[in-house]
Write a new protein. Sequence first.
Length: 207
Amino acid sequence: MTSLDYYLIRPGYGSAEGIVVEEFVRAGDHTTVGLDSAGRLATDAGWWSSASFSRRMRTDPELAARVVPVTRGEAETAALALGGALPAEAVLRGHFRERQLFATAPPLRLGPDRPPAGWHEQRVYRVLFANDLPARELAGLITGHMRAGDDDFAWRVRRIGRGLAWGLDLTVRLATGVDGTIGPVLRHLTGEMRRRGLIPVTTERFA
């Protein structure tokens, strides 16, 4: 299973004009503290690393509209069309030379200090996404609920910031003091949003 995120940069039609590979850096509580990236355009002789380009992918609507989240297999096909095989993930990580750092702060407590009866701990996360999608593209993911082991997860996807972004709010109820299920569930839900065309920005914790 791949752990890197792959994107194609399209000129608006036809084949890709570039590939971007990214990996989020997480704190111990699964919030975002950094973003590593590398890219290659059709006109480039090799791979480059640029934190500013990753920021533009999320803040420049014109560029974001041309960014397509893809699987590694799709990125491999695009790389061959650009004139070379896609390197292994260990090699790609060697091109991560300019990390975008995220400000960190203690969780903002928005609810009661005590978890609901019967639970060891309750946390609330928000995953922010850039890019614009019709709500119908997110059908089946707007609200949801699942169990992972003995832990409980419930989420809601909604527009935030006057429609400028999407947010996935995830409420986690842990049965014990072990939080090993949170990372896999966050990665799964973030991946589902990516597959629908959104670009993850950051993961914050509110409780």
